[in-house]
Design a protein around this ligand. Structure first.
Ligand code: ADP
Length: 448
């Protein structure tokens, strides 16, 4: 079998790189003598003209630095202030600047030139996420004919949203240079096929195949999973280590864990919790919401705004309902180690995973995997998370509907143990069948 060459924006660092993608791809990379390439996270004065090898680790890794301008225009600019809001249904937050697009293309061209000399005829190339959409196009320009697959970790927009992007047609053309475009959910496949036809002016050949001259590509859903068995074991071990005092015998714990991103719907969740408390005085002092939300992409205006809004809302709800023994919301603005999160998921009676739009949402999967199957907690899941297509045994909600969310909170807190066990068994079966190993196998088999 030929080598796998994997590209993502950030390279997994450290002597023992970790994270979902490393678990998914680590074995194939080490078995095929494969390579992972990505940015180092460091800033250089001038663009790199060659790749640097990262020593150690179970597979070969090469990285390069971005310049200050590239970080600003390619990463914070086109990737995070144009594509991210567009792909999450927030065209109103897009910041269209020609400089952003120019640098985005330049960086992708530079990466293509850096990696092209190391590609051998039987290598397969797997490109990850929205930072690298034009990479296959740039590699084809350099004469690379190898199979190239792309996986988008976010949702994909339909033609109406794509019209808001001045270079929408070009994005479709970039995609057509991949042999396989993997998306998280069937809804994204439908949106992508429609955009490729209406915006890209391609022809739908059926079965997910699109012809966009001069190329043909296949678009299909590969919902990403987690390392389910490992996470269950971790949570069972870690719950024992939680500091005493976190759990109170007469108080249920609801948990929310999300980067502080406007796509995650944290303000909507807080408002619904406020509505729940307003309606159900009998639950005062008997339930609290632990919301763990480290800030991300600081300095981008939309992220500063969401931080202010959530701080304001949690303060208001606590001010309205708290008493000397109880604060309804604990809002933590920093990352928490993965193993502590696993223990907290297992200790919680309810998880609130209510994004307004999300590619998949791994927190939903981690929460289910972390439960004690004898006495499991209940997952409240937004219909707009990609995970909702697979996790139909969760309590599905519309995060815009505050009253429905408040009702679902009561349903979750009051659910019988029998029903909780039944729903959990069905959810866990799905996560076990379609875990992260299944996902990478399915994608690479389809890439052929
Ligand atoms: P996204 O990729 O958009 O951030 P996902 O839910 O798909 O959303 O994945 C988030 C990942 O980051 C999960 O593995 C989750 O455990 C982790 N994570 C989220 N919030 C925190 C936090 N406060 N501290 C540590 N890890 C977190």
């Amino acid at each position: 079998m030929g080598r796998l060459i994997c590209l993502s924006n950030r390279i997994p660092t450290g002597a023992n790189p970790s994270g979902g993608l490393v678990v998914a791809l680590g074995d194939v990379l080490s078995e095929t003598g494969g390579i992972w390439i990505g940015t180092s996270g460091e800033i250089a004065e001038k663009p790199d003209t060659c790749l640097r090898e990262i020593e150690g680790g179970p597979f070969k890794r090469f990285c390069f630095d971005l310049t200050e301008e590239e970080q600003e225009n390619y990463y914070a600019g086109y990737s995070n202030s144009v594509l991210w809001p567009l792909f999450h249904g927030r065209t109103d937050l897009m910041e269209i600047h020609q400089d952003y697009l120019n640098t985005y293309k330049q960086v992708n061209r530079r990466i293509a030139k850096l990696i092209a000399p190391m590609i051998q005829p039987d290598d397969r190339i797997w490109v990850h996420d929205f930072h690298l959409l034009p990479l296959a196009y740039e590699l084809r320009v350099l004469g690379i004919q190898n199979p190239i697959g792309f996986f988008l970790h976010t949702p994909f927009p339909g033609p109406i949203s794509m019209q808001a992007l001045p270079n929408g047609r070009e994005v479709c053309q970039w995609l057509s240079n991949y042999d396989l475009v993997g998306l998280q959910a069937e809804r994204d496949v439908r949106a992508c096929l429609a955009s490729m036809v209406e915006i890209g002016e391609g022809s739908d050949l059926g079965n997910g195949f699109i012809h966009l001259a001069p190329r043909q590509c296949r678009i299909a859903a590969f919902p990403i999973g987690i390392d389910t068995a490992e996470f269950t074991e971790l949570a069972a071990r870690e719950i024992e280590k939680l500091p005493s005092g976190i759990l109170k015998p007469d108080r249920s714990l609801m948990i929310g864990v999300d980067r502080l991103d406007y796509s995650k719907g944290v303000p909507h969740r807080f408002r619904a919790f406020g509505e729940f408390l307003d309606r159900h005085e009998e639950w005062h002092r008997h339930v609290s919401l632990l919301q763990i939300s480290p800030p991300t992409r600081e300095g981008v205006q939309a992220y500063d705004d969401i931080r202010e809004e959530t701080e304001h809302l949690s303060g208001r709800i606590n001010g309205q309902f708290a008493d000397i023994q109880w604060a309804p919301i604990r809002f933590i603005n920093r990352p928490v180690p993965r193993e502590v999160l696993a223990g907290l998921y297992r200790a919680s009676q309810v998880a609130l995973v209510t994004p307004l739009m999300d590619g998949m949402n791994l927190v939903a999967k981690e929460f289910v995997a972390a439960q004690n199957s004898d006495d499991p907690g209940v997952l409240i899941l937004s219909q707009f998370a990609g995970a909702a297509e697979q996790m139909t045994d969760a309590l599905l909600v519309n995060p815009h509907d505050t009253e429905q969310m408040a009702t679902s909170m009561l349903t979750a807190l009051m659910m019988s143990r029998g029903e909780r066990r039944e729903r959990h068994r069905a959810l866990l079966d799905g996560l076990t069948r379609q875990d992260v190993h299944w996902w990478s196998n399915a994608f690479l088999t389809a890439l052929g």
